[in-house]
Design a protein around this ligand. Structure first.
Ligand SMILES: NC(=O)c1ccc[n+]([C@@H]2O[C@H](COP(=O)([O-])OP(=O)(O)OC[C@H]3O[C@@H](n4cnc5c(N)ncnc54)[C@H](OP(=O)(O)O)[C@@H]3O)[C@@H](O)[C@H]2O)c1
Length: 365
């Protein structure tokens, strides 16, 4: 049987924001309808999206040069590419072997795609085995749940998987968070504080109170202070988490900044400072200095330094749900934009680099 949303018996028409050619996302995005194949594999399911959160990486993927998209990522010429990775929604249809979910279940998660299989679409098709798909905690709305996965998984990867922070009573551990007010930084402050760590956050004047509310014990205003000397005053640290990029602290990673030879400088951006260019481990490709720094650290000839990406594991996803259910982490929404016609404005807001928390798209509007 076909319904009004169905373009044929085996596909569903989904309103979506897409782009066909690479470029600045606010210029290339357009609204259209894309068919979603409703013939499901045994473990596949279709989710009706209710909310999606935007991330700088959406903009960075749009900016990948056309030749790389065509000939290295094989994104498909003239194929519509849908951006955005963070979502929350409701299970709409399931394959015959799906056991973890049933129709109507509220779910959220992260569907990271370099090839344009993103979430700014009313419906998406995924596998039930995607490690970053899970049930949405009842204490969060879809808007709140969508705001969490990419930021949480990035921070947990850094603080726990790399930095070794646990949720324990070790209150003498200290973390410095550069970019403490942004989408990732505000979760980093909350998580470190929830793990009983001493938190020093760096942000601009307008965000000082916000960063304190997020859990920072000390706040450094980078617009009125020399970040090097101010952060040295509160140091040394067990972890320095850089969510901004650049090399400002790199020459100073001595015992004033890193507490022991187990202490670590982690950047999720790299040496680059341009927001439009892909960062994380991709920065190693273009920045030999970062490669040498990490190699020196690996062989014990320099301070521990790594540029990292978020780890998309089921274990980290389970930690996310657990901490959310206990109220240890609460999303902060910078702004909500309508899916129907304000997605470009939402990306413009994110692209200012001045957001406080997350920018979210509401699919009911
Ligand atoms: N490697 C990975 O796996 C990974 C994962 C997630 C994100 N990332 C990258 O991490 C970066 C941050 O992501 P995000 O989502 O947090 O971005 P975002 O939300 O756009 O970050 C905006 C925040 O950055 C702050 N900021 C800008 N310049 C600053 C400076 N010099 N010092 C301190 N704070 C500064 C701003 O605060 P003020 O207004 O106070 O300046 C604002 O609150 C992006 O480049 C993103 O691509 C990487």
């Amino acid at each position: 049987m076909t319904d009004s949303k169905t373009s044929s018996t085996n596909s569903l028409l989904s309103k979506a924001w897409v782009y066909y050619e690479q470029g600045p996302i606010t210029q290339i995005l357009q609204q259209t309808s894309i068919p979603i194949d409703t013939e499901l594999g045994l473990n596949e399911l279709i989710i009706e999206i209710k909310a999606a959160a935007l991330n700088p990486v959406d903009i960075q993927i749009g900016n990948i040069p056309q030749w790389i998209a065509n000939w290295i990522l094989f994104t498909g010429i003239n194929k519509p590419k849908v951006p955005a990775a963070d979502f929350s929604g409701i299970i709409y249809k399931i394959g015959s072997n799906v056991t973890k979910y049933k129709i109507g279940d509220e779910v959220f998660g992260l569907n990271f795609s370099l090839t344009g299989n993103g979430c700014l679409s009313q419906y998406i098709k995924l596998s039930e085995n995607l490690p970053t798909l899970t049930h949405k905690p009842a204490n969060l709305s879809h808007i709140e749940a969508a705001a969490i996965p990419l930021a949480f998984l990035t921070v947990y990867t850094a603080l726990n998987n790399w930095g070794g922070f646990q949720n324990d009573d070790t209150t003498d551990q200290k973390v410095l968070i550069l970019g403490a007010s942004g989408g990732v930084g505000h979760i980093a402050c909350q998580m470190a504080r929830a793990m009983n760590k001493y938190v020093v956050g760096v942000c601009s004047t307008q965000n000082i109170e916000f960063v304190k509310q997020m859990g920072a014990n000390e706040v450094i205003d980078y617009t009125t202070n020399d970040v090097v000397s101010a952060s040295k005053e509160y140091g040394p640290y067990d972890i320095i988490l850089d969510c901004v990029g650049g090399t400002q602290l790199i020459p100073y990673l001595n015992s004033d900044f890193l507490k022991s030879n187990q202490s670590i400088y982690l950047t999720i951006v790299g040496d680059k400072t341009s927001r439009g260019v892909m960062g994380g481990v991709a920065s190693y490709i273009f920045t030999p200095a970062m490669v040498f720094r990490s190699l020196k650290s690996m062989i014990g000839l320099g301070p521990r330094y790594y540029c990292i990406n978020l780890s998309l594991t089921e274990e980290n996803t389970n930690q996310m749900v657990s901490m959310l259910k206990k109220g240890m982490i609460k999303p902060v929404i910078d702004s909500v934009f309508e899916f129907s016609n304000h997605v470009k404005q939402a990306y413009e807001r994110l692209d200012t680099g001045r957001v406080k928390g997350k920018v979210v798209i509401d699919f009911d509007k």
